[in-house]
Design a binder for this molecule. Sequence first.
Ligand code: SAM
Length: 386
Amino acid sequence: MKLLSKTVTGLEEILAKEIEDLGGQNIQILKRAVSFEGDLKTLYRTNLELRTSIRVLKPIYSFQARDENEFYRKIKELDWSQYMSNKDTLAVDATTFGEYFTHSKYISLKAKDAIVDQFRDNTGRRPNVNVVSPTLRISIHIQIDEVIVSLDSSGDPLFKRGYRVERMGAPMNEVLAAGMILLTGWDKKSDFMDGMCGSGTLPIEAGLIARNMPSQWNRTSFGFQTWKDFDNDLWQEVRAEAKAKIVPFEYKISGHDRDFKAVSVARVNIMKAELDDTIDVKRTTFEKLEATSEKGIMILNPPYNERLAIKNINELYKMMGDQFKQQFKGWEVWVISSNMEALKHIGLRPSKKIHLMNGPLNCKYVKFEMYDGTRRKVFKEKIEES
Ligand SMILES: C[S@@+](CC[C@H](N)C(=O)[O-])C[C@H]1O[C@@H](n2cnc3c(N)ncnc32)[C@H](O)[C@@H]1O
C-alpha cells in the first residue's frame, strides 16, 4: 500500500532514512513529508518506531474538484462502509491550498456531511462525529483542484509519545528533539548531555535512541487499532520484535537545569518513559556544569528570549561559549536558537548550520567542535609524520 509520513521542516531526509531502515520501499522525499510503500506490518512498525514522524497516512482515494458540490458528490461516491459502520465515529481534518477551496474547516464539514449522508441514505442511521478519539480519522489534502483522501493511521500525532506527564516552560516537540539528536550522527558510543534540559525532552529522546526503544513505547493507542482490518496478532508480533531489540546503554545520559521545578518535572517524565536507570538529572547551573567524560555530545535548547524572557540574553550565550571552551574540550556541542544575535555572542565559529523550525520560530541549529589540546597535538604529530 501507498503511505505518507508527515514531519517538520528540516527533518525530511532523516525521516526517509528511518523509513528505509524499517523496510519502506519506493521512498520519496517531499516538503515536510515522505511518501513510501509497504505492507500492514510496515504501517504498524512505522507508527511504533519512527522518531521523526508526526503521523502516518494511508491515501485511499483521489479525485479532482473545483467547487463544494463536486467535492461533496465525489466524497459520497466512495463506499465508506469498507472502512467504518454507522455505529462508528469519525473525525475529518483538512488542509487546503489554492484558489478553489480556501476554508479548510468548511471542507472538513462538507466531507463529514457527505460520509454521514451516505450512511443515512443506505442504512437510515448516521454515524456520529468524535473529534477526540474517533473510530476513523480522515485526512483531506487539497492542492488547487487535486483532492487526496487518506486515513490517519496514527490517531493522535506521534509527538504525543505518552511519557510527558508534566509540562514545563517551553517544552520542545518530541519529533524535533529526536530529529536534532539523529542529525548529530551520534554513534551512541559516548556520553550525551543536555545542560538546559527543562522538562527533559532531549535526554528522554536520547535515552530512547540509545536503548533502541521504540519512540511510542509508552503510548497506548493508535488510529489503526480501530480500523476494520486491524490485525491484533500482527500488531503483537511487531511490538514483541521491537521489544527484543531493546539494549542496555553503557555510557552516561544526563540532563541539567538551574530550575528546581524543571528538574522534578524532568524526573517524572523520565520515570514514565521507563528510563530512570538510563538518565541522570541534576539541578546545576550551566555556569558550574562540568563534562561527564573526555568526549561526548551536548545539545542545548537555551531560552531564545521569545517564549521565555531573559534579562540579558547575549550574556547568557557568551557564558555558554566560555563554558564550551573551558569545560567541554573534546565534545561536540549543538545549540538550537531563533535568536541570531545571541548566537553570535557564543563567540565560536560553528562547523555546521542547519535550518529548523521550532514551532513557528525560524531557528538555526549550529554545531561547535570543541577540540581538546591533546587531540590537536595528535593531529599535529600525524601531519608532521606524513
Ligand atoms: C527552552 S527551555 C528548554 C526546554 C526543554 N528542551 C524541554 O523540552 O522542556 C530552556 C531551559 O534553560 C534553563 N536555563 C536557562 N538558563 C540556565 C542556566 N544558566 N543554567 C542552567 N539552566 C538554564 C531554563 O530553566 C529552561 O528550563
